[in-house]
Structure formats: structure tokens, C-alpha cells
Design a binder for this molecule. Structure first.
Ligand code: TYD
Ligand code: MG
Length: 462
């Protein structure tokens, strides 16, 4: 008997009937029918071991021997090397450099693990060969396989017994007896489950590539996150040629870690002194431009906020907000005029979040206020200072959620100077300033508290 169900391709939510809108993630038109052919016993049943419970005190402390990765940024993000039998998912946009990174990983550890099996369901052997040549990789321990059938991949891996298996990508492999097309939720889940069994069963570390997909029939890495041990995302574009490898989930380490790489002609190179590189992208004495760390779900993200105050030429002063909430901009402007005494009544104010990002949280208030004040006073700021804090109507600075994580992110990127709200909590670090009011934050960031420059300076930019 054939059974069918409907699965949301965005979040993996299931339903017995078709729905126009997913009740879990709110996606529209994301349900697709999946016909399940009858299976001989669920693959889950293989997880049963029939063991008796063990006392916590009798467990050996750490019984896995991690394999060190000579690429130190990668090593750290993994939580200190590769754990045997672990399943690691590397997600990212197409073309961001996932295949490049994994080929470099294969080269780096082929020596210590003996052999690596690199399976590609997307590229032919000559294509992989060309990339390897470009990267200068020719280690004999790397074995390549262009294969899309998961049964074949498992069989080849069991015959070869490599020290590391790489599957590039999970969306391009299929289990034939499943009936549905490659890349559907049913396929990627079932294939991941089989690879999980392979990994746990033979203590083999497995790396999976998962393309981030926007929509359509292809299931993205999100639907696999709960199944695998470690989820890493390779991100880029916002930082130009920089690539950030970030742990989003890690059963064997911290998720505060990021590794920073740069895409060069010969593949991804580690960026060991990120502060220099990130600061180099900022003007040495920025006016009206500040940095803050916004949270995108659980992910901290460094963002730059720019403001320009310019004398109103005709009529009412205008306020333009790109990437921040318009009403918040009005509120911060009012607090700056009333509580800090900044003359904004005859100024047009333009605000922009660099890179087209949208910030919805109040944690960026302080950065926004400092940017506006710096532009109005034509005062230069420290390019490496990061501002966190919500601004209240009384100009008091209020604490923001996950300050620890945000600071850790900025510190990882090499920034060392921070302004945070003065709450009960103290954040360690030589240059973390705990500040109570917007006025004090301005005094620290801009220093001088004289009157605003008059028309001469403003006229220049008209
Ligand atoms: P790739 O690893 O194929 O991306 P993914 O597997 O995530 O889809 O990398 C693709 C891009 O990286 C490609 O556009 C070219 C660029 N690239 C370099 O700039 N230098 C290199 O040495 C290599 C191999 C790729
Ligand atoms: Mg690829």
C-alpha cells in the first residue's frame, strides 16, 4: 500500500493533508507531497542496542580521541579536532567555498588518518581534479568517487574503510528504494540517517555538505540540524572575500567559535589577525559610522550603522531610516535633543545599515545614537569601538540580551574596545566600558561636549 504525506520544504514540518501555509514556519506554498513506499523495518529500529542503564559515575571520562586538524581556525570551530564517529554538516550558500574547504581538509588530515574518501554527487572526477590541481592538492591518500547513490557510497566506504568520509552534497545523493527525487526532505533525511548509522557503526567521522536553499523542492540544511552532531555554516559576502566558519550546533564543543578565512587564488587561507583585516575596511577616523553586534536568531553578526545629519534646506526636517525602525529613529533623535542637548530640530537625518541588513532589536540603539551625534558634531570616532545597548527615554542605557555572545563575536573578529550598559553584570576585558547614560557614552566616544558646528561645515556637503 502506498502512503503519502505532505512535508514543508522550508522547515520539515509534516501534515497528512496539503496546506497552503505552514503552521510551524509560516512559509507559503511550501508543502509538497511525498509518496512513501513501504519499507522493511524503519532505519530507526537499528538504533536499538538492548543495553542496560549505566551509572554516571562509572562512565569513562572522555573516551573519544580527537583527530587534530592542522588548519587551526577549522580545528577550533570543531571544538578541538574531529571526533571519530561524529556526523558534521557544513552548510552555506552555493559557491561560497564548501567544496574547497573540504578538499583542503582532506589534504590536511589525509596523513594522520591514513585515507580520505571524498564523494561528490555534483561534480565529475575531472572537475574535482581540476579544483585539486588549482589548490595544489595531490595527496595519494585522498580517494575520489563521483557517485549519487547512497547505497553505493555506503558499500564503497565499508569496503575501503577510510579515516574520513566526505559527502558533497547531501542534496545530490539518493536512496533508490525511496522513490522521491534527490534533494527532497524525505531523501535528505533518510540519507542523513543512513550516514549517521555508518558513522556511529564504524566510528568513522563523516562530513556532509548542505546547500542553503531559498525555496523550491530542495530541502536545505535546516531540516537536518537536529539529526547531526555538529552544524557549521560557511558564510561570506558581507565581508567581501572573507569567509566565516561558524558553529551553530556542536555536541562536542562550544558554539561561540568562529573561524575566519579569506578566499584567495589558491583556496581558503586562514586569517590569523582578523582585527587588522576588518579594521582596514573602515576609515581611520570614521564620522557618523559605528559598529554594533546584532543577533540573527542565535547568530551574532557585526553590523555597521551610518548616520548623516545635514541642515534642512526647506520645510520640515526629514528623517530617513534604512534598515532600522523609523519610529526608533524618531525616538532616539528626541532623546538626543531633549536629554543630551544635541540640536537636531533643523537637521535632516539619514540612517543606513551597511549591507542592506535590517536590525529590529533595540540593542543597536546606542550605536545609532552615537552615529547621529558623531555626524551632527562632525566628530571622529574610534574605528574599532563596538557599541551595545538599548536607550531609554530618560537617556539611560539598558542591558541587552546575550551580551556575552555578542562580545565574544566581536572579540573573535579582533575588536577590543566596547561600550556596554552598566547593569549588575560585569563583563571582563581591559577595554569594556560599563556606561550608565547616553550622555556619558557620548563623552567617551566623542569626547568634546561643545556646541554643534554651525552652518559652515554643513554647507560644504550641499
Ligand atoms: P566551491 O568550493 O565550489 O563552493 P561550494 O562548494 O560552496 O558551492 O567554491 C566556489 C567558488 O570559489 C568559485 O566561484 C571560485 C572560488 N574559488 C577561488 O576563488 N579560489 C580557489 O582556489 C577555488 C578552488 C575556488
Ligand atoms: Mg561544491
Amino acid at each position: 500500500m502506498k502512503r503519502s504525506k505532505y512535508v514543508c520544504q522550508e522547515c520539515g514540518s509534516e501534515s497528512v493533508k496539503w496546506l497552503g501555509r505552514c503552521p510551524d514556519c509560516g512559509g507559503w506554498n511550501s508543502f509538497y507531497e511525498i509518496v512513501e513506499s513501504p519499507k522493511k523495518g524503519s532505519p530507526l529500529s537499528r538504533f536499538g542496542t538492548g543495553q542496560a542503564p549505566v551509572s554516571l559515575s562509572q562512565l569513562p571520562s572522555e573516551d573519544f580521541q580527537r583527530v587534530p586538524v592542522p588548519i587551526s581556525e577549522f580545528h577550533r570551530v570543531l571544538g578541538g579536532g574531529i571526533v571519530p564517529g561524529s556526523l558534521v554538516l557544513i552548510g552555506g550558500d552555493p559557491g561560497i567555498g564548501k567544496s574547497t574547504l573540504l578538499l583542503q581538509l582532506a589534504d590536511a588530515i589525509a596523513e594522520s588518518v591514513g585515507s580520505v574518501l571524498y564523494v561528490s554527487g555534483e561534480e565529475s572526477l575531472p572537475q574535482i581534479g581540476m579544483r585539486a590541481q588549482r589548490l595544489g592538492i595531490h595527496h595519494p591518500g585522498i580517494h575520489l568517487l563521483a557517485e549519487g547513490s547512497l547505497e553505493q557510497i555506503v558499500a564503497q566506504s565499508e569496503a575501503m574503510r577510510p579515516g574520513l568520509l566526505i559527502v558533497d552534497s547531501i542534496q545530490s545523493v539518493v536512496l533508490q528504494d525511496l522513490g522521491s527525487a534527490a534533494g527532497t526532505v524525505a531523501q535528505v533525511r533518510e540519507c542523513t540517517l543512513r550516514l549517521m548509522n555508518l558513522a556511529k557503526g564504524s566510528n568513522l567521522p563523516v562530513f556532509l555538505v548542505g546547500h542553503v536553499t531559498k525555496e523550491g523542492m530542495i530541502a536545505g540544511p535546516k531540516v537536518l540540524e537536529h539529526m547531526v552532531d555538529t552544524v557549521l555554516y560557511l558564510e561570506g559576502e558581507r565581508y567581501h572575500s572573507f569567509r566565516i566558519l561558524r558553529a551553530v550546533k556542536n555536541r562536542f564543543g562550544s558554539t561561540n567559535e568562529v573561524g575566519i578565512f579569506e578566499m584567495k587564488g589558491k583556496g581558503l587561507a586562514e586569517v590569523l589577525d582578523p582585527a587588522q583585516s576588518f579594521l582596514a575596511m573602515r576609515p581611520p577616523h570614521p564620522i557618523g559610522s559605528t559598529l554594533t553586534v546584532a543577533m540573527e536568531g542565535a547568530r551574532p553578526m557585526l553590523v555597521e550603522i551610518q548616520a548623516l545629519a545635514s541642515r534642512t534646506v526647506f520645510g520640515l526636517p526629514r528623517r530617513t531610516a534604512n534598515g532600522v525602525d523609523f519610529n526608533r529613529l524618531l525616538m532616539i533623535s528626541a532623546v538626543l535633543s531633549r536629554r543630551v542637548g544635541l540640536a537636531l530640530h533643523d537637521q535632516d537625518i539619514f540612517v543606513n545599515v551597511v549591507g542592506g541588513l535590517k536590525i529590529e532589536e533595540p540593542a543597536a540603539d546606542l550605536a545609532l545614537a552615537i552615529a547621529i551625534a558623531s555626524s551632527r558634531r562632525n566628530a571622529a570616532l574610534d574605528p574599532g569601538m563596538v557599541f551595545l545597548g538599548e536607550v531609554g527615554l530618560g537617556s539611560e542605557l539598558r542591558g541587552v540580551s546575550q551580551t556575552e555572545r555578542r562580545l565574544a563575536e566581536a572579540q573573535r573578529l579582533g575588536f577590543t574596545s566596547f561600550v556596554v550598559p552598566k547593569t549588575g553584570e560585569r563583563h571582563p576585558g581591559p577595554n569594556v566600558h560599563h556606561i550608565a547614560t547616553l550622555g556619558e557614552a557620548l563623552a567617551l566616544a566623542i569626547g568634546r561636549r561643545g556646541p554643534e558646528p554651525e552652518e559652515e561645515e554643513n554647507r560644504e556637503d550641499e
